[in-house]
Design a protein around this ligand. Structure first.
Ligand SMILES: [Mn+2]
Length: 406
């Protein structure tokens, strides 16, 4: 039997626009703690192999701090314990240009650590005592992101065969689906396209929710990310899987091991135009028992322009930051201005030029409808020249804060 710990999507060195200074540093430590927890599982379970299916680092240029810690942790681990480590690259830690390297590559210089980056298949054979286990690893291809990792598959010929890739399985679910389908465009493949390949276990990375898709021709498994990478991952357990590879391998050989991670809370507050003193309204609804948890306050609904002007988001954030590890406040509400009878819909992508265009186009449309030739001419002139002027003075930049992905 060969005992494997399968982890993925550690995202070491993740950045968060709403965190700065000491809190950002502490949040980054969470992700390094996950690596330590995973190595501890390997020790406790007496694993022969640790497999990491991509997105070990959050970016192709992690800080030296993160590189140093990861290198030292893996070096110490492989020195102490007889466990081999295999890492493939993911869309986050594989560069998208020809002449650069993955930050994973230096880790491959450590004894007993093997790194497979840049879309090539590599084969390693392990002895299970009486049978052989074949590990077939492929790094994420930064140059051909939309291609199936199994476009040019290897022909596995060991007794138990494992494919290690970073990609989007069609039958798997993602918490990011309702937000954007772009997530699924990275190394997409279907389970049915694998029916003739001959792998027993697919050690997958990319989807952050732990899940197993069992087919007659193999077990597809995402261990999920060990930390809650974004507020979309506030629900469900986080961890790794432990599996015993042996002839006759099935889903029952796979066991999920939950790991501790920082908890995230999402609180929706719905505002409306009848409300005044929004800060007080919001604070009445948001709990202050946060402790070590992260909070995302999602402000929704519609507010009056005058009330919006009085609302101090940074004041609100610094107050709530006393009671939570950190607080992120999302302005998802629209703003209504009764003077102009205009409604600003999307505050996060608001841009002076686009708003001006939208507003003038609407006025132009009404003038056209009413057949008011004089007014139509005026609005047309204002639209053309107004946009030019606004672009000239730098109106293309967002007037509001830039939102991070989280
Ligand atoms: Mn990932």
């Amino acid at each position: 039997m060969v005992r494997v710990v399968h982890a993925a999507d550690l995202h070491i060195d993740a950045s968060y626009a709403f965190l700065t200074g000491e809190r950002l540093e502490r949040r980054r430590e969470d992700f390094l703690d996950s690596l330590s927890s995973i190595l501890n599982v390997c020790r406790e379970e007496r694993a022969d192999v640790l497999v990491i299916s991509g997105d070990f680092f959050d970016k192709v240029n992690p800080t030296n701090n993160a590189r140093y810690f990861a290198h030292r942790a893996l070096r110490d681990f492989t020195r102490d314990v007889d466990c081999r480590v295999f890492i493939v690259s993911g869309n986050h830690d594989e560069p998208k240009t020809v002449h650069s390297r993955s930050p994973l590559d230096p880790l491959g210089l450590i004894k007993n650590v093997r790194v497979v980056s840049s879309g090539k298949w590599k084969h390693f054979r392990l002895s299970g005592g009486g049978f052989d286990v074949g590990l077939y690893l492929r790094g994420y291809d930064g140059l051909k992101p939309a291609v199936s990792p199994f476009l040019e598959p290897p022909s596995p010929n060991d007794d138990v065969n494992v494919a290690v890739v970073h990609g989007s399985l069609d039958r798997a679910k993602s918490v990011y689906d309702e937000w954007s389908s772009a997530f699924r465009e990275y190394a997409p493949f279907s389970s049915i396209s694998c029916s003739e390949l001959g792998f027993d276990y697919y050690a997958l990375g990319h989807f952050h929710t732990h899940q197993i898709v069992s087919e007659n021709w193999g077990v597809f498994c995402y261990p999920g990310s060990p930390q809650r990478y974004s507020f979309r991952e506030a629900e469900g357990e986080k961890g790794v899987v432990v599996l015993d590879l042996e002839p006759g391998f099935s889903e029952s050989n796979v066991q999920f091991v939950p790991l501790p991670c920082r908890e995230l809370v999402v609180k929706d507050v719905v505002l409306d135009t009848s409300m005044s003193n929004l800060e007080e309204v919001i604070l009445n609804e948001v709990p202050v028992d946060g402790g070590d948890r992260l909070l995302d306050v999602r402000l929704m609904g519609k507010v009056m322009f005058d009330e919006y002007k009085r609302l101090r988001i940074s004041h609100l954030a610094s107050y709530l930051n006393q009671y939570w590890f950190a607080v992120k406040i999302d302005k998802l509400f629209s703003v209504y201005d009764p003077v102009s009878e205009y409604e600003f819909e999307d505050l996060k992508s608001i841009n002076v030029v686009e708003e001006f265009k939208k507003r003038m186009s609407e006025k132009l449309r009404v003038a056209e409808e009413e057949g008011n030739v004089e007014l139509k001419k005026k609005y047309k002139w204002m639209l053309e020249n107004g946009v030019k002027l606004l672009v000239e003075i730098g109106g293309q930049q967002d007037d509001f804060e830039v939102h991070s992905r989280v």
